[in-house]
Structure formats: C-alpha cells, structure tokens
Design a protein around this ligand. Structure first.
Ligand code: SF4
Length: 267
C-alpha cells in the first residue's frame, strides 16, 4: 500500500495546490484502503453529514461497502438536518446515531464550549468506545478554516486511536465537484446559502474566505471547533465532563511517531 506520511505542514499546503482533483480522489481512496487493510472493521467513519463527510462516506463505501460509521447529533439541529440525517440512516444500515440525553437548556448562550463538550464531544467518545474504533475517519480539510491548517492525513492525537483525514487536501470547490459528479445527496440547507452546518442557534449564513465564519458568530468560538478534533477521544473516555478543564489535557504531547510506520511508506 503506497500511503504517504507527510511530516511537514508545508508539504500538505503544497499538495493542496499541486495535485489535481483526480489525484486527490485517488489519494483519498488509497488512504481509506490502507485504513481498512490495517484496522479492518475498527476503521470507522465519523460522519457529520456535512458536505465533506458525505464525500468521505461515499468514498469509504466505494472502497469498503461494509464500512461502519457514526453520526453525532443534538437536540439543536435544524429540522432540515434531522430529516436529511434520518433519510441517510434509513438507506445506510451501517450508520449509527449517537446523541446525548443530558438537558443543557440554553447553555450555548453562556458557555458554548461546555455545551459542545456535553452534546458533541462526549457522544463521540461513547461512539469510539462502543464501536471499538481504532481508526476514526473524518472529513477534515486543511483549507476549511483558521483552526484546521495543521492537521495531517494520518495522525495520532491520543493513545490507541489513529485519525485519518482522507480529504484533507480537497478545497471547497473540489468537494462540490465530487458531490456533483457522483450525485451525492446533500443537506438542502446548502441551497439556502450555508457553507458550514451545525446546530441551529450557533450557525448563520456567512460570506468571505473563512468557510466556518458562520459558526458561533459573535462569540469567542467564532469560526472555531466543537472540540472533537482538538481533544483526546479515547484515553480520557470516562472523564467527568465537569472536570475536563482541570485535567490538563495536551493532545499534542501524544507523539505522532506512535503510528506504526511499518504500515506507511514514505515517498
Ligand atoms: S453547536 Fe451550539 S448548540 Fe450545538 S452543541 Fe455546540 S454550543 Fe451547543
């Protein structure tokens, strides 16, 4: 398997511009094939049902029709998103929905970080544990926003859990190109002008360079992250969410060298 482990951030940025659409698609398939070969059923897609995840889900199914996935949803998703999610799950028996049953009221107004922690991060941790995930496959793209520039295609940010970002190099146009070419259904909210979708109270239509600018507008979290891509998901699975700030969690201290390099060829 000719999979590349990029060591320098600059390499990734160069590849975003130097590879054409077809090469990026083939590279994503190679990465996915590697993950299924290496981790089998324990390579699982974290499907946000946003446009990027839908590309990953489509590619993953082409490489491995039996691939499993999970969706994390909240009580605050727009009705269009809930309908779209239910339709997708109805036609994809291998997609499982996770949702927190904790009541948080309007915590998104006073402490959106904690709200995301409870409603998003904790259910992802539960999915990782219950589905015995060893490699979680995401729709992260390095051109998507200010918080997503330093990711790699294969990473290890917490113990015992590899993260694969097969469409990391795709830009926004190439995502739409893929969805159009392969006629992948998307959330109808995109047709209304949304570029990045999340919970209704924290998502607005935005313009400008930053695709995620409409997320958590007018808060310190604006254009940022819910936390699933910045916190450990496995090593601290049982941590009490109320004490998580005190745990001094530093994912970056988990060395990426722990990836089994014998499975990855440098090019
Ligand atoms: S996006 Fe908003 S409503 Fe949804 S979990 Fe985060 S803070 Fe809460």
């Amino acid at each position: 398997m000719n999979v590349v482990l990029e060591k320098e951030e600059t390499d990734i940025k160069e590849l975003v511009d130097s590879l054409h659409f077809g090469e990026k698609v083939e590279r994503a398939k190679e990465l996915l094939a590697w993950s299924f070969e290496r981790f089998g059923d324990n390579a699982v897609v974290a499907n946000s049902i946003g446009k990027d995840s839908l590309v990953v889900w489509d590619l993953a199914k082409k490489v491995n029709p039996d691939v499993r996935g999970f969706i994390v949803t909240t009580a605050y998703k727009p009705p269009e998103t809930v309908k779209f999610m239910n339709e997708l799950v109805a036609e994809s028996p291998n997609l499982k929905i996770y949702k927190s049953d904790r009541e948080v009221g309007e915590l998104y107004k006073t402490d959106p970080d904690k709200c995301c922690q409870i409603l998003k991060v904790e259910p992802v941790r539960r999915a990782v544990e219950e589905m015995e995930v060893e490699c979680w496959i995401t729709g992260l793209r390095c051109t998507e926003g200010r918080t997503r520039t330093d990711f790699k295609e294969i990473e290890q940010r917490d113990h015992g859990l590899i993260k694969l970002n097969p469409v990391l190099l795709f830009n926004e146009r190439e995502i739409w190109q893929y969805l159009a070419l392969y006629q992948v259904k998307v959330n109808p909210l995109y047709a209304r002008g949304f570029r990045s979708l999340g919970c209704a109270p924290c998502t607005t239509i935005s313009t400008g360079d930053n695709e995620r600018a409409g997320r958590w507008l007018n808060t310190s979290k604006c254009g940022g992250e819910c936390g699933i891509h910045t916190q450990p998901l496995k090593a601290y699975t049982n941590v009490d969410v109320d004490s998580i700030d005190e745990e001094k969690i530093h994912p970056e201290q988990v060395a990426s060298s722990e990836i089994h390099k014998e499975d990855i060829e440098d090019r």
